[in-house]
Design a binder for this molecule. Structure first.
Ligand code: NAP
Length: 298
């Protein structure tokens, strides 16, 4: 059997960012509207710092307004919620996200509940999750949205496909399953208590792995010809000892890539698959939020 097609998320995301930049230019020219994104980071988690920097850079590169708020790790929950309230009311800001995880003394659920659903570009509020589950227009979590775009680009119509989503987080697994259901797939959500994961996965025409366990999904878990979307990111020291000593890391997905690509029909690599789609979809969500807030038709 031929090796799997490698799904190039980096190229797809670059093209998407290009389309978003064009739309931003036209919103400015026709409506005097500059979509604005505010990102709030509490503490110094190194991976979060990298994500937040990229979000700011890519927002500006698309011609949008960008604000990054870096708060000390000991910032109180009350002070964080006060900033969220200020950004909710700021007319320059159409998309607002607080980078998670937040330090232990802050309750993530309280932060999510404080974000205006109209600006909730991570799709985490109960309102947006409920709208998605009810088939209503919603701001939807960026990574699953990116996965769905890659799946539609690879497979076209998803109707009737058997989809298995590994992982049931509010950020990833649950919205992914809802998006696949809305695309008329037959969806199974699996998690840490599911029995016989290999057999479950082998039923899937579409397998989305969002677990965070390096190379958990083996080649023999995959139905021949299936499309595999690997969301997982685990960090390990670089294989190059000099680079490792300098603190360089390498990213590993949830799927044993070399084994899987010999069986699958198409597969996303890590890095270069799902990862680049997340920020591109964040920009897309911010543009959607800005248009909705200003009553501009999609
Ligand atoms: P999470 O909140 O930790 O959720 C992980 C899910 O995996 C949970 O539902 C958990 O089940 C399930 N799980 C854990 N171990 C399992 C096992 N041995 N067998 C079956 N299921 C298992 O993580 P998340 O936020 O959804 O993220 C998942 C992964 O995607 C992480 O590696 C994260 O870094 C990555 N990610 C990447 C991007 C990107 O831009 N590429 C974006 C978001 C997340 P229980 O519910 O039963 O505990």
């Amino acid at each position: 059997m031929a090796e799997a097609k490698i799904i190039d998320g980096k190229a797809y995301a670059a093209a998407l960012r290009g389309r978003i930049a064009e739309e931003v230019a036209s919103l400015k020219a026709q409506h005097g509207l500059t979509p604005g994104l505010a990102v709030v980071l509490v503490g110094e988690d190194p991976a979060s710092q990298v994500y937040v920097r990229s979000k700011g850079e890519q927002t500006q590169a698309a011609g949008m307004y960008s604000e990054t708020h870096r708060l000390a790790a000991d910032t109180s929950q009350a002070d964080l919620l006060a900033l969220v309230a200020k950004l909710n009311a700021d007319p320059k800001i159409h998309g607002l996200l607080v980078q998670f995880p937040v330090p232990d003394h802050i309750r993530q659920a309280d932060v999510v509940a404080a974000i205006s659903p109209d600006k909730d570009v991570d799709g985490l509020t109960v309102i947006n999750a409920g709208r998605l589950a009810s088939g209503l227009p919603a701001l939807t979590s960026c990574t699953p949205l990116g996965c769905l775009m890659l799946l539609k680009d690879t497979l076209g119509d998803l109707s009737g496909k058997r989809a298995v989503v590994l992982g049931r987080s509010n950020l990833m697994g649950k919205p992914m399953a809802q998006l696949l259901l809305a695309a008329d797939c037959t969806v199974t959500i699996a998690h840490s208590r599911s029995k016989d994961l290999p057999a479950l996965c082998r039923e899937a025409d579409i397998l989305v792995a969002a677990v965070g366990r390096a190379e958990m999904v083996k080649g023999d878990w995959i139905k021949p010809g299936a499309t595999v979307i690997d969301v997982g990111i685990s960090r390990f020291p670089s294989r190059d000892p000099v680079a490792a000593a300098a603190g360089k890391t390498r990213l590993v997905g949830d799927v044993a890539f070399d084994e899987a690509k010999a069986v699958a029909g198409a597969i996303t690599p890590v890095p270069g698959g799902v990862g680049p789609m997340t920020i591109a979809c964040l920009l897309a969500n911010t543009v959607s939020a800005a248009k909705r807030l200003h009553g501009i038709d999609a």
